[in-house]
Design a protein around this ligand. Structure first.
Ligand SMILES: C[S@@+](CC[C@H](N)C(=O)[O-])C[C@H]1O[C@@H](n2cnc3c(N)ncnc32)[C@H](O)[C@@H]1O
Length: 256
């Protein structure tokens, strides 16, 4: 399953020699141009060898849906600052953001990533790209839904997470369930851990394939029911450059 995300449509010219026929269509090409034009954002954080693999991913038909460079750069900065040990990603797709995360953990000299996605085909491809980047030793691929039994077992064994990146269904109901799993007392995010969400903007309500208001409505409704459980910040236009926006949560510990 690919995750649709609106892209800025522009006239672009990309060599079909560089991009195999099967990977070439207008939206894909525009997206690659956009990501390449913003590639400098990742340069201070991600090693050159991993950035070369990200560039290979651009040509893959499964690439559209990867997190945007401003989002990844913010995440990269937080990963460098926090140096988390236990990191969870929900929504792997074909491994674009997994490579960014694992590359920084390797640079940090500590930390490991669990990444969850129910799509076997995407996970197989993600594994291959992460292998190309030499990062698989740092990554556990859990092929299941965030709410699935296998994920539950993996998370019980792993303990609470220092850092979580949620970029999965874009849909209201699953996101609400994930916020509970992550942030209710005893949930997957540690007391001093950080939860980062993609697609938190008002505009991103339209990305919900069920038409129910997506990640943003889930955030708003969850906070209304649980006003004392977490500190939060939503960055969106005009204060944040990319349309999907970013949400940032930290558990509100009673003694703080
Ligand atoms: C937006 S893409 C993730 C992009 C990825 N973060 C990247 O930058 O490459 C969303 C992914 O979430 C997965 N997904 C959808 N629903 C999910 C769920 N309930 N639990 C875990 N993953 C889910 C989809 O299969 C898809 O691969």
């Amino acid at each position: 399953m690919l995750c649709p995300r609106p892209v800025v449509r522009r006239e672009v010219a990309i060599s079909t020699e560089e991009y195999p026929e099967h990977a070439y269509h207008e939206n894909h090409a525009a997206l690659v141009e956009q990501y390449r034009s913003e590639a400098d954002l990742l340069a201070p954080f991600v090693t050159e060898s991993s950035r070369a693999v990200l560039d290979h991913i651009h040509a893959h038909p499964g690439f559209p849906g990867a997190s945007d460079p401003p989002m990844l750069a913010l995440m990269a900065l937080l990963l460098k600052l926090m140096k988390p040990i236990r990191v969870l990603q929900i929504g792997t797709l074909i491994g674009y953001s997994a490579i960014v995360i694992a590359d920084i953990l390797r640079q940090n000299g500590r930390g490991a990533l669990i990444t969850v996605d129910p799509d076997h085909h995407s996970h197989g491809q993600a594994h291959a790209f992460c292998e190309e980047a030499g990062l698989t030793e740092l990554i556990t691929f859990c092929t299941d839904y965030s709410t699935g039994e296998q994920t539950k077992l993996v998370m019980e064994a792993a303990g609470q997470m220092d850092f979580v990146y949620l970029d999965a269904s874009h849909a209201y109901v699953p996101t609400l369930e994930e916020l509970d799993l992550l942030l209710q007392p005893g949930g997957w995010v540690a007391d001093d851990g950080i939860l980062l969400l993609h697609d938190a903007s008002t505009l991103a309500r339209d990305y919900d394939p069920t038409g129910e208001g997506g990640v943003r409505r889930a955030i708003d409704d969850w906070l209304e029911v649980n006003p004392k459980l977490a500190h939060h910040l939503v960055l969106e236009r005009p204060l944040w450059p990319s349309p999907p926006g970013v949400g940032l949560f930290r558990r509100r510990v009673t003694s703080s």
